[in-house]
Design a protein around this ligand. Structure first.
Ligand code: CUA
Length: 331
């Protein structure tokens, strides 16, 4: 047990050790001093002791004792706190480097190869350094299992590192109140084996599929250079990923439930009364033009009954086409 406590290369155990050490010593003195106070109240009550029995001027050894002991204790607290803090701040060499962006209300993770995910996938047992920032307001990236969190601040980069000790999922929370859906700004650190990790994050674009029989290198290379138009299903898939990466789904549910904005489910081709910036109202049908406008100028025509809470998003025309394909797929 104690051996585990002293494993200082793991930040969580050194933080836990500092926490429990301080808690134990402080609890001991709180109980001891409290008990002594009540004992003295009873023992030296004026009714029981009408006249002081001794005239105490002072006691040098006792005063030295109760000055030295707390001083030593405070330095012990400092030392273990410092060791834990150093473990958090000293970044190991050869780490995986991931850029983390917080936004209202989701997290995205960008890997060195440009791959973007909405869950932080890491190889188990390998140190990971995070470069954290925010696209809007202040958030805080918090992984309770690692006893570690760092603020995500717009226009600034902050850093933290960790090693996921075991395969599995670790909850990620936002630890800085950032608005309506702060409590739902959740994701996971997913620790996988090195192989699974590489496959998932560093796989690159899927190779073009050669038709049956055509397995020679030349044929595959030719097939790969001729770009085929993406199928509607692929487009919808890309659109679905975009709605996660761009945090659309923080405010627009995909199951029909009401969040900050209208649900994506059943949105396509539906008719809505919208309010314009000048206070006018008219009916629109959710089509290509409306979706494109709602992404680029979200407050131009706001669906009635919903707040004008969305910030304009920068999506390419291809991305918007993909989002539209996705909306069509979840009617
Ligand atoms: Cu983001 Cu709270």
């Amino acid at each position: 047990m104690l051996q585990h406590f002293y494993t200082l290369n793991s930040t969580a155990s050194s933080i836990d050790f500092a926490f429990w050490l301080i808690t134990a010593i402080v609890t001991f003195f709180a109980v001891f001093n409290g008990a002594l106070t009540f004992y003295f109240l009873w023992r030296f009550n004026a009714k029981r002791n009408p006249k002081p029995r001794i005239d105490l001027e002072g006691n040098i050894p006792l005063e030295v004792f109760w000055t030295l002991v707390p001083t030593v204790l405070v330095f012990v607290f400092f030392w273990y706190g410092y060791v834990a803090f150093k473990g958090v701040r000293d970044f190991p060499e050869d780490s995986l480097y991931v850029k983390v962006t917080g936004r209202m209300w989701s997290w995205t993770f960008e890997y060195p190869n440009g791959e973007v995910t909405t869950e932080l996938i890491v190889p188990v047992g390998k140190p990971v350094v995070l470069e954290v920032t925010s696209a809007d307001v202040i958030h805080s990236f918090y992984v309770p299992a690692f006893r570690n969190k760092i603020d995500a601040i717009p226009g600034m980069k902050t850093y933290m590192w960790f090693t996921a000790p075991e395969l599995g999922d670790y909850d990620v929370l936002c630890a800085e109140y950032c608005g309506l859906r702060h409590a739902y700004m959740l994701t996971k650190v997913v620790a996988k084996t090195e192989e699974e990790f590489k496959q998932e994050v560093f796989a690159g674009p899927a190779p073009a599929v050669a038709s049956a029989g055509e397995t020679s290198g030349a044929t595959v290379a030719l097939a790969a250079t001729a770009p085929a138009a993406p199928s509607e299903a692929d487009l919808a898939k890309k659109g679905e990923k975009l709605t996660k990466v761009k945090a659309c789904v923080s405010c627009h549910s995909t199951d029909g439930s009401r969040l900050v904005g209208p649900s994506f489910k059943g949105l396509w081709a539906s008719k809505h009364l919208v309010t314009t910036a000048d206070g006018g109202e008219h009916e629109v049908t959710v089509d290509d033009a409306y979706v494109a406008r709602a992404i680029k100028e979200p407050n131009a025509e706001v669906v009635k009954g919903y707040p004008a809470a969305m910030t304009p998003q920068t999506l390419s025309d291809d991305d918007i086409t993909a989002v539209i394909a996705y909306l069509k797929s979840i009617q």
